[in-house]
Ligand binder design. Structure first.
Ligand SMILES: C[S@@+](CC[C@H](N)C(=O)[O-])C[C@H]1O[C@@H](n2cnc3c(N)ncnc32)[C@H](O)[C@@H]1O
Length: 227
């Protein structure tokens, strides 16, 4: 499969600021290890109480918490071992300041109300699971865009060419997207795309579990507010 931690583009550059929000399916805390040194505060915005609870359990080091130590160690190696894994984990724990429960309407997820717009919104393999059609996907991206300040960034990591994922014995449908469709939706949501990379699947291992073609990664800067 594809190791996505290695290409999520948090390295010295423009993608930094006071606040990052991780939007949807955000118990995959490993994505935040590369991000945490560039932001003062991290917000988790989640739709499922079980996922919020999983994140809380890890933050509070409670029994049964998921072990993110290997991901932390791996990210430290990618960053040239400036710190060790335990320090990285502590740093992330200290930066997660809010866990917000979000709601969805009939068609798409609805962004939470925040006191101020954020510097960066990270969303990974989420919207394409939650939206049932491209119109809903585009509306959800516009809604997400309202959370980001002008000049702030969107880091989006969708799966492309994917129609299902197995969850135990349940086959969950996924909205099948291509690169052009994602890029058009991002631009329509008021962003300028700064970089993107399509990471193709090299073999069909576990194809019966998840039929994705690639994992796309895109960084975009917000240019304007849209309706
Ligand atoms: C493939 S997982 C990705 C999780 C994580 N963002 C990542 O990249 O590893 C998709 C996530 O989307 C969320 N999700 C999908 N459909 C949803 C729905 N209808 N309502 C709420 N959350 C949903 C679940 O939290 C699920 O874990």
């Amino acid at each position: 499969m594809i190791n996505t931690f290695s290409f999520v583009p948090f390295k010295p550059g423009d993608v930094k600021g006071d606040t990052l929000i991780y939007y949807g399916g955000c118990d995959t805390l490993g994505y935040l290890f590369p991000a945490c040194r560039f932001f003062k505060e991290i917000i988790l915005a989640e739709f499922l109480e079980t996922k919020l609870q999983a994140a809380r359990t890890w933050i509070n080091k409670e029994p049964g918490a998921f072990d993110w130590s290997l991901a932390a160690k791996y990210v430290c190696e990618l960053e040239g071992n400036r710190e060790i894994g335990i320090e990285k984990e502590e740093s992330l724990r200290g930066k997660i300041t809010k866990l917000i429960k979000c709601e969805a309407n009939e068609y798409h997820p609805v962004a939470p109300k925040l006191p101020t717009q954020v510097d960066c919104l990270l969303s990974t393999t989420f919207l394409e699971l939650m939206c049932t059609d491209v119109d809903g996907y585009r509306k959800a991206l516009k809604d997400m865009s309202s959370l980001v300040k002008i000049g702030g960034h969107l880091v989006l990591v969708p799966v492309l060419g994917c129609t299902f994922i197995m969850h135990g014995t349940f086959k969950l449908p996924i909205l099948c997207l291509d690169e052009e469709c994602v890029k058009a939706a991002v631009i329509d949501a008021g962003f300028l795309i700064k970089q993107s990379k399509n990471n193709k699947r090299v073999n069909q291992t576990k194809y019966s579990v998840l039929d994705l073609d690639s994992v796309f990664c895109l960084v975009a800067c917000k240019e304007k507010n849209v309706q």
